[in-house]
Ligand binder design. Structure first.
Ligand code: IMP
Length: 196
């Protein structure tokens, strides 16, 4: 099976993506690759931050790799927190204070529409390719469920009445932004390697 580095230190994301690509690609996390680096996310777009991560790890390892950046875009808040989702409440990321801040910001607002957007940046033999995955849904009026991470207890995907926080990973992956972007990545890799 082919191996590919996933340039992330987020164990939740690594677990999700390993599960999605299981049996097709051997996903190697930064930890598994012995790369101990906290890659900055200095830009104002998911696209630029994802590219920053993949190009940094490609430069370090010389190996094909991919990264992703995800944001929660809330329509009534002009797509905030968006690219700043991890550091919405404070510079030091804490999931609980981010969800509390979001609930507070939405108290006077009727429109709860939101979407998770994931951008994957793939570095293949020095060339970059990007893949996007979007999951539309709504922000719940209070936190529900303890599964997942980040904003999962607040996000109800379209087509469900449960939050991601109430779903096991397999169920979340039926809807998820990361699943959609990763499916595009997998199709691209299959096509690319098929031509080797
Ligand atoms: P980043 O892509 O690591 O910058 O993630 C940004 C932030 O978005 C994370 O810290 C989480 O708070 C949130 N986030 C990203 N993906 C998800 C998800 O699948 N569910 C819930 N929150 C997420």
């Amino acid at each position: 099976m082919r191996s590919i580095i996933f340039a992330s230190n987020n164990e939740n994301k690594v677990e999700e993506i390993k599960k999605i690509l299981k049996g097709r690609y051997n996903v190697i996390s930064l930890k598994d690759a012995g790369i101990n680096i906290d890659i900055p996310e200095p830009y104002d777009t998911l696209e630029e931050n994802a590219f920053e991560k993949s190009r940094t790890i490609y430069a370090l390892s010389g190996k094909d790799c991919f990264s992703e950046d995800t944001g929660l875009e809330v329509m009534a808040l002009n797509n905030e927190p968006g690219v700043k989702s991890a550091r919405y409440a404070a510079n030091d990321p804490v999931f609980k204070s981010n969800t509390a801040k979001l609930l507070h910001a939405l108290i006077p607002i009727e429109n709860r529409q939101a979407q998770f957007r994931t951008v994957i940046s793939l570095m293949l033999q020095g060339t970059e390719y990007q893949f996007e995955g979007i999951c539309k849904g709504f922000i719940s009026r209070f936190e529900k469920g303890i599964l997942g991470f980040g904003y999962d207890p607040l996000f109800i995907p379209e087509g469900s009445d449960k939050t991601f926080g109430e779903m096991k990973m397999d169920e979340k992956n039926k809807f998820s932004h990361r699943k959609k972007a990763t499916a595009k990545l997998a199709a691209f890799l299959n096509d690319h390697y098929g031509k080797d």
